[in-house]
Design a protein around this ligand. Structure first.
Ligand code: SF4
Ligand code: SF4
Length: 308
């Protein structure tokens, strides 16, 4: 039995590891979905007030949408920096329609309802919160796995990536205000968990397959190569030697980014035979960063070998 139709198939029992942030699991990009909804709202304003000027924005203008959402009374800033609404939690998108109408203003949301809770701060695997309400984005898994597309993930943060292939939901998942939050009603933005590719799938996927599945999704901007890099890190973090074959098949990948991540991951789950394969690589490898990765991976394997 196999789980996918990707260029290399992945056995069912290996298609379980790897998580994608909730907002990016559907087939569509939320910008497109929310923009359509905002357009309907703008059309309604034009019906009420013909000749008015409107502009719909969703992360597409230099506008601090989160601040305006609080000023509009929608919620408070949680210690995890997210806007939290008492009924909807924090799992929603914010967009705005700018217009030249003189509309009555709502009252700002002035109170905070985090109390003594610190769950979001405590759960972060990469210690990205400098203090309450302050996030160092350069330490956040979302930054590493989504935005830092062209460089290796720094060594010290790789274990903290855990099983996140794209983004991270941890500081929202633990928030008590999300416990009873309503489910998303936009079918394009959700996917059944068995429809989502796993880390192993991403590592073996080719360009065409990636385009076919993700060309309209938020993963598209991050790209196949960075996603395969993330996937290799996740498989290394799994500590499961059953991924060794898939990882070893990527040791000579033409992408330096994928090769480096696969070498690190082999260092996490590999054995004596992997050590020797890594040694063979040193004969043809010319990239000094990759040679450094090989040395570190061999050291990791040696530590686990009897007498290591
Ligand atoms: S998204 Fe994840 S890594 Fe980023 S701050 Fe929240 S818990 Fe930490
Ligand atoms: S987890 Fe607790 S502290 Fe963090 S945002 Fe939610 S309520 Fe506030």
């Amino acid at each position: 039995m196999t789980a996918t139709c990707y260029s290399q198939t992945v056995p069912d029992n290996l298609s379980q590891v790897g998580r994608i942030a909730k907002y990016a699991q559907g087939e569509s990009d939320y910008h497109d979905v929310v923009r359509k909804m905002l357009k309907k709202l703008a059309d309604y304003l034009h019906e009420l007030s013909p000749g008015c000027v409107t502009r719909a924005v969703v992360d597409t203008a230099p506008l601090l949408e989160r601040d305006y959402a609080r000023l509009s009374g929608l919620g408070w800033f949680g210690k995890n920096t997210m806007l939290i609404n008492k009924r909807k939690g924090s799992n929603f998108f914010i967009g705005a329609v700018l217009c030249d109408l003189d509309l009555p203003a709502d009252l700002p949301f002035e109170s905070s309802h985090c109390g003594t809770c610190t769950r979001c701060l405590d759960v972060c695997p990469t210690d990205a919160f400098v203090k309450e309400h302050v996030l160092d984005a350069r330490r956040c898994i979302s930054y590493f796995t989504i935005e830092q597309r062209d460089e290796p993930i720094p060594l010290e943060f790789r274990p903290g990536i855990q099983d996140w292939i794209f983004g991270c939901d941890l500081c929202q998942e633990v928030c008590p205000w999300n416990r009873h939050a309503p489910a998303c009603r936009q079918p394009q933005l959700v996917a059944a968990s068995d429809q989502l590719p796993s880390a192993a799938d991403f590592l073996v996927m080719n360009d065409e397959e990636f385009r076919e599945r993700f060309k309209n999704s938020p993963l598209w901007r991050t790209g196949r190569i960075a996603m395969a890099r993330n996937a290799a890190i996740v498989l290394g973090n799994s500590g499961n030697f059953r991924y060794l074959d898939i990882l070893e098949n990527s040791l000579q990948n033409e992408s330096q980014l994928i090769r480096g991540a696969a070498i690190w991951a082999v260092g996490q789950v590999g054995n004596q035979s992997s050590w020797e394969k890594l040694q063979d690589l040193t004969e043809s490898e010319t990239d000094q960063e990759i040679l450094d990765e090989i040395r570190l991976a061999q050291e990791e394997i040696t530590k686990r070998l009897p007498g290591g």
